[in-house]
Design a protein. Structure first.
Length: 298
């Protein structure tokens, strides 16, 4: 196709030697105007095509990115399913292997003489006791297996023993007994409420904090410190022409030590040595040496 300018130039060359009439000049101007309009329209179309092309390319790239992300998520889900299936198959294999080993052990026990079978039964019972946390041997520093002290944190117990009081230049001996209510707060701390009566001229109650230096073990020693109210020594007072005994008392601080021993899942033994110091005139030291049984409660 010949452009507008080329056509105009051809017409101009054709009539360059002749005298141009006004009508011919008007036709040339009209043709030039149409050619300029056509060129402008063609340029506009090219620009619109470029805009549409860029928009299409941008939309295509976004769709391609979304498709890549979708395929990545699908691949990740597939890999996760594959890992889960592998773990499940591994657990099944381990269970089958354990079941096969148990069957082989039973078959081996059937083929052994009676004496060896009895030995294996004793070992098996020993392993069950260890898993239950109840060991037949005395192990002071070995942690308990299975359940511990905190599985039954509360306890109630009764105790009895002997007591001895020192005040001024005198001392009195006698029995001591009472009951206690406590709780194991953590592996190293506990609380205990105690009611105590002694024939050595004192009695009352106290609340103590127990500190366990060792973690959950079968033998569990502790240190006691707290505060309480006790009545102490007696004093003869003349009232109404007759002598009467008046018991003095006051605030007391119990300081002592002891231990808890795991007997069964619900029962334990408590051994305690405590000095209940009653402040007054005079200050009294009241020692008690007691042993008791405690029932562990959830």
């Amino acid at each position: 196709m010949i452009g507008g300018n080329a056509c105009a130039q051809q017409m101009f060359d054709g009539y360059s030697n002749d005298a141009q009439s006004p009508q011919q000049k008007q036709k040339i101007k009209l043709h030039d105007k149409l050619s300029a309009t056509f060129d402008s329209f063609s340029q506009k179309i090219k620009e619109d095509n470029e805009v549409h092309k860029k928009a299409f390319e941008q939309e295509t790239s976004v769709r391609a990115l979304q498709e890549v992300e979708r395929r990545a998520e699908a691949a990740e889900r597939k890999e996760r399913w594959r890992q889960e299936n592998l773990l499940f198959e591994q657990e099944l294999q381990e269970q089958e292997l354990l079941r096969w080993q148990q069957i082989q052990e039973k078959e081996a026990q059937k083929r052994l003489p009676p004496a060896e079978t009895a030995t294996l039964d004793a070992h098996e019972q020993r392993a069950r006791d260890q898993r239950a946390g109840i060991d037949a041997r005395v192990r002071v520093y070995e942690p308990l297996l299975g359940k511990g002290w905190l599985d039954y944190p509360y306890y109630f117990g009764v105790f009895g023993g002997g007591g001895r009081s020192f005040f001024d230049e005198h001392n009195v001996n006698g029995y001591a007994g009472g009951f206690t209510i406590g709780r194991h707060k953590s592996d190293h701390w506990g609380r205990e409420f105690r009611v105590l009566q002694s024939a050595s001229s004192f009695g009352g109650f106290d609340v103590s904090v127990l500190w366990y230096p060792l973690n959950t073990v079968e033998w569990r020693p502790y240190v006691r410190f707290g505060v309480g109210v006790y009545s102490g020594e007696t004093e003869n007072i003349l009232r109404g022409g007759a002598w009467e005994e008046e018991r003095k008392g006051g605030t007391a601080i119990p300081l002592g030590a002891g231990l808890h021993y795991w007997c069964t899942e619900r029962l334990a033994v408590q051994v305690d040595v405590t000095d209940s110091i009653i402040f007054g005139e005079p200050t009294t030291h009241n020692f008690t040496f007691t042993t008791g049984i405690i029932l562990r409660i959830r």
